[in-house]
Design a protein. Sequence first.
Length: 332
Amino acid sequence: MPRDTVCSSMVHINILRRIMYGLLAFLLFLTICLWNESKKGYSVSFRLDSKGFQLPRNLENLSRRMGSKPVNITTMTDPQRESRVPQTGTKVEKLNYKVWDKDSNSKNLPARLQKVRKNYLHMNKYNVTFEGTRQLEKLSASALLCQLANRVKVTMIQGTDFPFNTSEWENYLPPKNIRESFGRLSTCAVVSSAGSLKASYLGEEIDNHDAVLRFNGAPTKKYEQHVGEKTTFRLVNSQLITTDKNFLGDSLYKNGILIMWDPSPYHSEIPEWYKKPDYNFFQNYKQYRKLNPNQPFYILNPKMPWELWDILQENSPEDIQPNPPSSGMIDA
Ligand SMILES: *[C@@H]1O[C@H](CO)[C@@H](O)[C@H](O)[C@H]1NC(C)=O
Ligand SMILES: *[C@@H]1O[C@H](CO)[C@@H](O)[C@H](O)[C@H]1NC(C)=O
Ligand SMILES: *[C@@H]1O[C@H](CO)[C@@H](O)[C@H](O)[C@H]1NC(C)=O
Ligand SMILES: *[C@@H]1O[C@H](CO)[C@@H](O)[C@H](O)[C@H]1NC(C)=O
Ligand SMILES: *[C@@H]1O[C@H](CO)[C@@H](O)[C@H](O)[C@H]1NC(C)=O
C-alpha cells in the first residue's frame, strides 16, 4: 500500500472514531433529555386538561384570521386568570422558539409540547372520527367566515329539546330565545384571558363596544382601566359551574347574559350527551337559575363546538386536537 494511502486511511479512522464518540455522547444526552421530557410531558398534559380545553397556538392564530377581519372584534385578555395558572416552562419556550406563524407546524413545537400533542391525539377522549376533506389551499378570511356563518349553528338548548322537555326541567331554561335577550349589536369586544391586558389601558375602548364578551371567571373589578366594566355576555364552561365553589354566590357572574357549554362526544345528539356530560353541571345550573331567575342563562347546543371543529380541521394541514375548541374559539 502506498504510504500516503495508509496515512489517509489512518486519518479517516481517526475522524471516524471522533465522530463515533461524538455520536455516543449525543445519544447519551438525548436519552437523558427524552427521559426528562417524558417525565414532564404527563404533568403538562394534565395541567392543560385541568385548565380546560386549551388550544394549540396555531389554532388561536387561525381563529384570529377567521374572526378579526370582516367583523370588528377586539381580542383582549383577562389579567388575573393567567397569573393564577402555573407558568412552568413557558418562559423557556418564549426564549428559545421562534414566533408561531401561519406556516409553522407541530414540528416547531418544543419536544415537550410535541409529546403533549401526541398524547391528546392518542387519547381521543370524544371519539372523533373526522370524515371531512382537508382544504389543501388556504381559504381567504372571507371564505372562512362564510363557512362559519353557514355551517356553525350557534343555538342554545331549548325547552323542546329532549330530555329538557321533561318535567324535571320545567321552567329552568330561559323562556326567551337568546336573540330576543339583546338588541341589535354591531360591534363586539371579545375580552379573553391572559395577563398581557394588565397594562393595556383598553378599558374605555372595550366599554365603547355594543357588546362585551368575557370568559369564565375573568374579573373586571380592580382592572376596569384595562378591561372595562361592561359585560354583555359571559361564556362559562361546565367545569367552572360544577367545581368552582364561588360560582353560585360570586357577584362576578351576576351581570349580563350567561352562556355555558359542555363538551359532548363528537357529533352526538343531545340525549346521548345528556347521559354522559363532560361535567355533571345540571344540579348547579338549576340551583343558579333558582337563585337568579331573571338573569338569562343559556346552555349552548353541544353540537356547535364540533361544527366549528370540523371547519378548523378541514383547514388545517395537520391533525388538530380532537377536543372541542376552547371558549375563546367558540366565540370567535
Ligand atoms: C431535567 O429537568 C430539570 C427540571 O425539570 C432541569 O433542571 C434539568 O436541567 C433537566 N436535565 C436535562 C439533562 O435536561
Ligand atoms: C370595522 O372597522 C373598520 C375600520 O376600522 C370600519 O371601516 C368599519 O365600518 C367597521 N365595521 C363595523 C361593522 O363596525
Ligand atoms: C398569525 O398569523 C399572521 C399572518 O397570518 C402572522 O403575521 C402572525 O405573526 C401570526 N401570529 C402569531 C401569534 O403567530
Ligand atoms: C367512545 O367510544 C368507546 C368505545 O366505543 C366508549 O367506551 C366510550 O364511552 C366513548 N366515549 C364517549 C365520550 O362517548
Ligand atoms: C319530549 O321530546 C320527545 C322527543 O321529541 C318526545 O317524544 C316527547 O314526547 C317529549 N315529551 C314531552 C313531555 O313533551
